[in-house]
Write a protein that binds this ligand. Structure first.
Ligand code: 6PG
Length: 227
C-alpha cells in the first residue's frame, strides 16, 4: 500500500525542478524566519542536478543555511562519482555559494571508520528543516540498499540518529548513509524522482527501503516527480 503522501506530478523534468525548487525555497525561508537558521539534506545521484541549478538561483539568506548529504560514496571529493563533487559543482554556486556545506566523506580509511566523525557536526542540525530523498531502480533511498549488510539496523526508526556504513550493489560499493532515524528527524520530507519506471516501482515499493521510509515518516511526505 502506498503510504499517505502528497503527490505532485509535472509534465517534464524542467518544470519539476522549477516547482520543487520553489517549494523548497518556501520551506527554507519559513525556517529562517522562525529560527534564524535552516538545514537542508540533499541526495546525490543524477536527478538532483537540474533541481540544484534552479535552487541555487533562489534569493535566500543562504549564509544561514546548512547543507549536508543523505549519503555519500566513499570516494574522494575529486572523484566524479562523489556526491560532494556534484553538490559543489551544481548547488554551491550563485546565490547558494555562501551556504555552509557539511560533507560526509572524511579522511578515515573506510566509511565504517569515518561514520562517527562524519555525524558529529551534523547532529546539531537536527531536526532538519528539509530532507530530499531520491529513489533507485531497486527501491533504495539514500544508501539504504535492499540486501545491504546492516540494513535492518540502519532502518530501525528507534535507533540513535547517525551515519552508517552501507554496501551498494554497484560501484562505488562502499557508502556512508544517514540512517533512517536521522533521515526522519525532519520537519519536511520530500521525495524527488523522474521516469515512469520509478513511478511504477513507487506503487509496489512498500517493503523496500523507500516504502519503509515513507511508512515510518512522522511528517507527511511530499513526492515530486515527472515521467
Ligand atoms: C546516491 C543517491 C541515491 C540516489 C538514487 C537515485 O548516492 O546515488 O543518494 O540514493 O538518490 O540512487 O539516483 P539517480 O537520481 O541517479 O537515479
Amino acid at each position: 500500500m502506498t503510504p499517505a503522501v502528497d503527490v505532485h506530478r509535472y509534465p517534464d523534468a524542467a518544470e519539476l525542478a522549477g516547482a520543487l525548487s520553489q517549494a523548497l525555497a518556501k520551506q527554507l525561508q519559513a525556517a529562517l524566519l522562525a529560527r534564524g537558521r535552516a538545514s537542508l539534506v540533499v541526495s546525490g545521484g543524477s536527478t538532483p542536478a537540474l533541481l540544484f541549478r534552479h535552487l541555487r538561483q533562489v534569493p535566500l539568506a543562504w549564509e544561514r543555511v546548512s547543507i549536508t548529504l543523505a549519503d555519500e560514496r566513499w570516494v574522494d571529493a575529486g572523484n566524479p562519482a562523489s556526491n560532494e563533487n556534484m553538490v559543489r559543482r551544481e548547488l554551491l554556486r550563485d546565490a547558494a555559494a555562501c551556504a555552509t556545506f557539511l560533507p560526509l566523506k572524511n579522511s578515515a580509511a573506510s566509511a565504517q571508520a569515518g561514520a562517527v566523525a562524519a555525524w558529529a557536526p551534523i547532529a546539531p542540525l537536527c531536526p532538519f528543516d528539509v530532507v530530499i530523498l531520491g529513489m533507485g531502480d531497486d527501491g533504495h533511498t539514500a544508501s539504504l540498499f535492499p540486501g545491504s549488510p546492516g540494513l535492518a539496523a540502519a532502518m530501525d526508526a528507534q535507533a540513535q540518529p547517525g551515519c552508517v556504513a552501507m554496501t551498494a550493489p554497484v560501484e562505488p560499493r562502499e557508502r556512508l548513509s544517514l540512517n533512517l532515524a536521522a533521515l526522519l528527524n525532519v520537519r519536511h520530507l520530500y521525495v524527488h524522482f523522474t521516469g515512469e519506471a520509478k513511478w511504477l516501482l513507487w506503487q509496489v515499493a512498500g517493503d523496500l527501503p523507500m516504502g519503509l521510509t515513507l511508512r515510518r515518516s512522522t511528517s507527511r511526505p511530499q513526492l515530486y516527480w515527472s515521467p
